[in-house]
Design a binder for this molecule. Structure first.
Ligand SMILES: Nc1ncnc2c1ncn2[C@@H]1O[C@H](COP(=O)(O)OP(=O)(O)OP(=O)(O)O)[C@@H](O)[C@H]1O
Ligand SMILES: [Mg+2]
Length: 171
């Protein structure tokens, strides 16, 4: 079992998946949604067309967020109310492509990220890396070919629960 006091073992616990099309990437998002208990921040890293929105759509659909799942590119942050959500009441989908950390802070980021009733998903998380919680779920999307993507996942919930770390700490 990993030792929470050793930041190296914590940092490098990763799980990798290879997907062959949009639907498979979306299905990975659906799988992750089943492990969420509230308060998670899911940070998506990767270039244009890497599959970040495909993955997000899987989470939104599995959690029964109301369609349409339009990209938040022009609104920066889109909020979904979950009508049937028991513990999780809202999902925030953020596209950080055109913003900086200060912009997200001014949208109330710290309150949103700390609220256990919320799930936050951030595309282009590298743009706002300095204000991400230390224990955020991180997914790196790597373009392997026209239809092939590798998803490298760090801090997935099933792994996290052994570390007894449930407080959001900001860097
Ligand atoms: N294995 C795959 N997983 C996801 N998308 C794939 C895959 N193979 C091909 N694609 C295609 O790649 C594109 C992924 O688009 P998507 O909007 O999810 O990317 P994105 O990372 O959100 O891009 P952006 O940075 O522009 O928001 C889609 O056109 C999709 O059909
Ligand atoms: Mg996108």
């Amino acid at each position: 079992m990993q030792n929470q006091k050793n930041p190296l073992s914590w940092k490098y616990m990763q799980t990798e998946f290879i997907t062959q099309n949009f639907r498979e990437t979306k299905e990975l998002g659906m799988c992750l949604s089943k492990e969420l208990s509230g308060g998670e921040v899911i940070c998506l890293f990767g270039e244009l067309g890497a599959g970040k929105t495909a993955f997000t759509q899987g989470i939104l659909e599995a959690m029964k967020a109301q369609k349409p799942y339009t990209s938040p590119t022009f609104v920066i942050m889109k909020e979904y109310q979950l009508k049937n959500g028991k513990k999780i009441k809202k999902i925030y989908h953020i596209d950080a492509y055109r913003i900086e950390a200060g912009d997200l802070l001014s949208l109330g980021w710290q309150e949103i990220a700390m609220d256990k009733k919320n799930i936050s998903i951030i595309e282009w998380a590298n743009r706002v890396e300095k204000i991400l919680p230390k224990n955020a779920i991180r997914i790196d999307f790597v373009w392997l070919g026209k239809n092939e993507r590798k998803l490298i996942c760090t801090n997935l919930p099933k792994i996290k629960k052994y570390a007894k770390k449930d407080k959001q700490e900001f860097v």
